[in-house]
Design a protein around this ligand. Structure first.
Ligand SMILES: Nc1ncnc2c1ncn2[C@@H]1O[C@H](COP(=O)(O)OP(=O)(O)OP(=O)(O)O)[C@@H](O)[C@H]1O
Ligand SMILES: [Mg+2]
Length: 388
């Protein structure tokens, strides 16, 4: 059978191939050549139509533009005016009533430091737990911890470190009138096994119910001063002489425990993560503190905001830098302080810290963690000495 490949080099090559496959190969070759011929012939025709199509689209666009210029669409109807919801002037329940028998911490008493912020998860409990051994070493006297957070994270952290696993609740003793006759000191648990000289009043979920009931009682009987019960106790000589410092951990809410902490403390430390939302939350809380300070806890001194769980010790991320500047400007404007942010005491994010969440105090085991909280403790001490 003759083929288009007869004669010439292709024919010679094909003659080397097994005759059984040669016919098939020749057919494939013929199809390939046919497709190639059709494509090269059709290509200029397709390109021509494509150009024509582009010109048609361009003319259509120009006509539409001209049409819109001549007959512009009617403006959209105005947005209906939405009235802003009336928000009453903010006043917490603790400001609604003038204190009956306020008690304030003594000027020359032991440091009582509340660690608080309305924002959750910013490292409040971590800071209290890891500062406890720092202050124990610095003052050479026992340190008292008070867990006023019904979540009981500080309690769990400290008790697990000392080898206790069962939940415990004693913090209510400090703010309840029922125990006035008892010796409150007997309820402070010493964490003897590995946290010698660290005492704690513990918290647990029922504490939230106890706080609510105390608030209800207080609202019904104006004579009792729920807000100052802790203060009155901590000013007693048995507390003042036994302890070198008191550290109080608060929940992210202005509870009965939190208000007792603010009224009974000499100092307030506000941890904050460095992002816009956390900075905004810290400012909101500090505005509340500023508003209540004059009437409710006039002797409280604000140490400042400590940047917490930040990305790195050596440099700030762009967003962190922005939040830091915002907090500094806020401190200058509202608190008239240039050193309102404790930059030297900043707490970076560390795996050793998050891994031991609720499981113990990494300050005692990890040199790098100890260094972080030693620096924070030093920064706090310097500010306390500098009379805020
Ligand atoms: N510097 C840090 N590095 C790594 N993880 C941290 C650090 N600080 C805190 N964390 C982790 O972040 C979580 C929240 O911390 P922590 O419980 O101290 O915050 P909090 O402000 O007390 O929260 P809450 O408002 O719920 O009481 C925990 O899991 C803790 O281990
Ligand atoms: Mg906490």
């Amino acid at each position: 059978m003759s083929s288009i490949f007869d004669g010439g080099p292709i024919s010679e090559t094909l003659s080397l191939i097994d005759p059984r496959y040669r016919a098939g190969l020749e057919t494939v070759g013929v199809i390939f050549v046919a497709i190639w011929l059709i494509a090269t012939t059709l290509n200029p025709i397709l390109e021509f139509f494509l150009r024509v199509w582009r010109v048609v689209l361009w003319i259509r666009r120009q006509l539409l533009r001209a049409w819109r210029r001549l007959f512009p669409p009617p403006p959209p109807p105005p947005e209906p005016r939405i009235e802003a919801a009336p928000i009453p002037e903010e006043k917490t329940i603790w400001e609604t009533r003038a204190p009956a028998q306020p008690t304030f911490p003594k000027e020359n008493g032991i440091p009582i430091i509340t660690v608080a912020n309305m924002k959750g998860g910013v490292g409040k409990t971590t800071i209290v737990a890891n500062l406890a051994p720092y202050f124990r070493a610095r003052f050479g006297k026992p340190v008292l911890l008070i867990d006023f957070d019904y979540q009981g994270s500080l309690t769990q952290t400290i008790r697990t470190e000392a080898g206790y696993t069962d939940p415990d609740l004693t913090a209510h003793i400090l703010i309840s009138p029922n125990y006035a006759g008892e010796k409150p000191m007997t309820f402070a648990r010493e964490m003897r096994r590995s946290l010698e000289d660290i005492f704690i009043y513990t918290a647990n979920y029922p504490f939230a119910t106890i706080e609510n009931n105390l608030l209800a009682d207080w609202l019904q009987s104006p004579a009792s001063d729920l807000m100052y019960r802790l203060c009155a106790l901590l000013q007693r000589s048995e507390f003042q002489s036994k302890f070198g410092a008191v550290l109080i951990d608060c929940p992210p809410r202005l509870t009965a425990g939190s208000i007792n902490a603010l009224c009974g403390s000499t100092h307030l430390l506000v941890p904050s993560s460095l992002d816009d939302m956390s900075a905004q939350a810290a400012e909101y809380f500090l505005n509340q503190v500023s508003r209540m300070k004059a009437n409710v806890f006039p002797s409280l001194k604000v140490i400042g905001v400590v940047p917490s769980i930040i990305y790195s010790e050596s440099r700030y991320l762009v967003g962190e830098g922005r939040a830091l500047d915002r907090l500094k400007r806020y401190g200058e404007k509202v608190w008239k302080r240039e050193n309102f942010v404790l930059e030297d005491g900043r707490v970076p994010r560390r795996a050793d810290i998050s891994n031991s969440s609720g499981q113990g105090v990494p300050y005692l085991r990890r040199a790098a963690v100890k260094q972080i909280f030693d620096r924070l403790g030093t920064d706090i001490e310097e500010r306390m000495k500098a009379r805020l």
